[in-house]
Design a protein around this ligand. Structure first.
Ligand code: FES
Length: 177
């Protein structure tokens, strides 16, 4: 997947991982499919939401710059539609991919395991504000299915046990990777 026609008018808020993270390549592809024009805004925000699970400020800035849309308008659209989730409130974020490859690979049982462990479902945050659980539709790493993102880091070929081990590090206040 090439990225050579990425928008040239990026804002200074471009996510540092833009050229390395496959998810951004998929978002960039969405923008290209719409000519990198302002009318691609909602479609692009959908793409960010689908691939990242939420829209944080860096993402909003990047989309605004790439599509030449005022950040205020991007923010207004992102907050108007219920579908869009701004950065989740949890201190840590776990995004489980529910795309086809990951679903076949066991994403549902991973979600079930997390729910049993910390008592939250997709879109929810633990009562102590420590962990937010989200889902995404394909992270662009299908070869690593089932994939999960822990605080922005994509991890592949996950099992329920491996996911729970990561989550227990958070709940045990162990910030090591
Ligand atoms: S379906 Fe999960 S990474 Fe593509």
């Amino acid at each position: 997947m090439d990225i050579k026609s990425e928008p040239s008018s990026r804002s200074s808020g471009e996510p540092a991982q833009t050229t390395e993270d496959r998810r951004w390549r998929l978002v960039n592809r969405t923008m290209r499919m719409h000519g990198n024009e302002p009318h691609a805004l909602i479609e692009t925000l959908h793409s960010v939401q689908e691939h990242f699970g939420f829209l944080d400020l860096d993402a909003l800035k990047y989309v605004a710059g790439a599509l030449r849309v005022p950040l205020s308008r991007v923010y207004a659209v992102a907050t108007f539609y219920h579908y869009f989730t701004l950065k989740p409130p949890g201190e840590h974020t776990c995004v489980v991919c529910k795309g086809t490859a990951c679903y076949i690979g066991g994403a549902s049982s991973i979600l079930d395991s997390i729910q049993q462990e910390v008592g939250i479902g997709p879109g929810e945050t633990t009562s102590d504000g420590q962990i937010s659980l989200l889902t995404a539709r394909c992270l662009g790493s299908c070869g690593l299915a089932p994939a999960t993102v822990f605080d922005g880091q994509i991890c592949g070929r996950m099992t329920s046990a491996a996911v729970l081990e990561r989550i227990r590090r958070w709940t045990n206040h162990d910030t090591g990777d």
